[in-house]
Design a protein around this ligand. Structure first.
Ligand code: ATP
Ligand code: MG
Length: 448
């Protein structure tokens, strides 16, 4: 799209410089300037004004780009108009070593052009969390959110590579669906040309259909859940990493999950150690994580709670308080293996040795963070699954296509769903899940 001339009066019209600006090959990034290699060189740096201090003869401007921050010292006489925080600028000058500068190098500037002027930036020192959510489109420029986004990117790259190395196929299941996976209470309903449709709560049922042609499949999609309570670990829209595998049993899927998770957190530690450290996470904590993960049977959980004086009835689901208690002292994720049938959905496979239990396991993040994934073996028997669907109060007719999977060449199979936002919350040591993605959707907020 052609760039509109800005309303501000510039010393240089934007059109005359846009051809240089947009030539990636000629860009110099801050990362490359903070070392001896470019010392003494004349450079032209593009970025945004991050901090500014005025002295008698010089203005000190700290510029940021996507790779870092760097100080520029600009003689006041060269500056024709005020420089505001977050203005985009081009600074020309010589790279000079100076221990007082952040990063040890600075630009002794011979010129500054303001490319996009800035109004008074609304984010200053004293701000409330609510206000930062109101201006999230600007707050996403902060070092904190940027670091979290970079860690998140590495975690996902680690997952992709792991899946490729194990020959799982990436697929793209639908987001608009006609049937519920997780139950009606959290469905987002919409009008679909006069019919009722829903936003996907999980891709699982569709992934199950795709194991027949591809055997090992995975997807990364947003899942939508109209969660009615405000917690620090629930979003209305979260990023769901899900996989399903044919010819794999309960033990097999737990092994796959622990290997995948290890690959993801190791990748973050390798590729984003500085970002992790800045967020308060020692990358060594993540390097120490290795399979096999500790396993605690549900029965054992009930006993542990009794001993710790925390209320828990045998047969009930784990609350976040239970998960916190179980994982507070752990350094690596653990699995809670086997749950009472009545707390897990209709597709979970019953343990033949204990018909009140299902082959389902939650992976809980350490340090008190709690559930990050749920996986297990799926029910592959037609009659058993129809009975379970009815018992949950659903109409089997709505699941005809899903039931066909048990009619035509059913196989033992297993899968899992992992919340990327929850995983990032743990590894970046966040108190709230709202920090883990750029535009968190919550009970009360869909702006910006
Ligand atoms: P919870 O009991 O914590 O509400 P769940 O058991 O309903 O979660 P699953 O259906 O097992 O969730 O979904 C798989 C994973 O997706 C969870 O382990 C979690 O990491 C993530 N997840 C589920 N719901 C949300 C949500 N509302 N916001 C963020 N992540 C979620
Ligand atoms: Mg779960």
């Amino acid at each position: 799209m052609p760039r509109k001339p800005s309303a501000h009066k510039e010393e240089k019209p934007i059109s005359s410089i846009s051809s240089i600006r947009l030539d990636e090959g000629k860009r110099i990034f801050i990362r490359d300037l903070l070392n001896e290699k470019n010392e003494g060189k004349q450079v032209s740096l593009l970025g945004w004004v991050w901090r500014k201090r005025e002295h008698s003869n010089d203005i000190f401007v700290v510029v940021r780009d996507s790779t870092g921050v760097m100080q520029a010292v600009i003689p006041s006489k060269l500056v024709k108009k005020p420089i505001y925080i977050e203005a985009s600028v081009e600074i020309t000058g010589v790279v000079t070593k100076d221990e007082r500068a952040p990063g040890g190098f600075e630009i002794r500037a011979s010129g500054i052009s303001i490319i996009g002027d800035s109004e008074k930036y609304p984010i200053s020192k004293d701000f409330s969390e609510e206000f930062l959510l109101d201006v999230r489109h600007l707050w996403n420029r902060s070092t904190k959110i940027k670091n979290i986004m970079l860690v998140r990117e590495k975690v996902l790259a680690g997952a992709r590579d792991w899946f490729a190395s194990q020959e799982w196929h990436e697929v793209n299941p639908p987001i608009l669906t006609g049937s519920a996976v997780e139950g009606g209470a959290t469905l987002f309903e919409l009008d679909y040309h006069g019919k009722t449709a829903y936003l996907s709560q999980s891709a699982q049922l569709y992934l199950e259909t795709l194991i027949f042609p591809l055997e090992k499949v995975w997807s990364l999609t947003p899942s939508f859940r109209a969660e009615k309570s405000r917690t620090n670990r629930h979003l209305m829209e979260f990023w769901h990493l899900e996989g399903e595998v044919a010819w794999l049993d309960f033990e097999g899927i737990l092994k796959a999950e622990e290997q995948l998770l290890t690959a993801m957190v190791h990748r973050a530690a390798e590729a984003a150690p500085k970002e992790l450290a800045a967020l308060g996470r020692d990358p060594e904590d993540l390097f120490r994580i290795k399979p096999p993960f500790k396993r605690v049977h549900y029965d054992e959980v009930v006993k542990i709670m009794k001993k710790s004086g925390i209320e828990m009835e045998a047969g009930e689901d784990l609350s976040s308080e239970h998960e916190k208690q179980l994982t507070a002292k752990e350094k690596a994720p653990i699995f809670v293996v086997e749950y009472p049938k009545k707390v897990k959905p209709f597709y979970t496979k019953i343990d033949q040795n204990r018909p009140d239990f299902v082959l389902s396991a939650d992976m809980l993040a350490p340090e008190g963070y709690g559930e990050i994934s749920t996986g297990g073996q799926r029910e592959d028997d037609l009659d058993a699954i129809i009975t379970r669907i009815k018992a949950e109060g659903f109409n089997p007719k709505a699941y005809e296509w899903y039931l066909d999977l048990r009619r035509y060449g059913s196989v033992p199979h297993s899968g899992f769903g992992l919340g990327i936002d929850r995983l990032v919350k743990w590894i970046t040591k966040r108190e709230t899940i709202l920090d883990t993605l750029p535009y968190p959707r919550t009970l009360s907020r869909i702006y910006p």
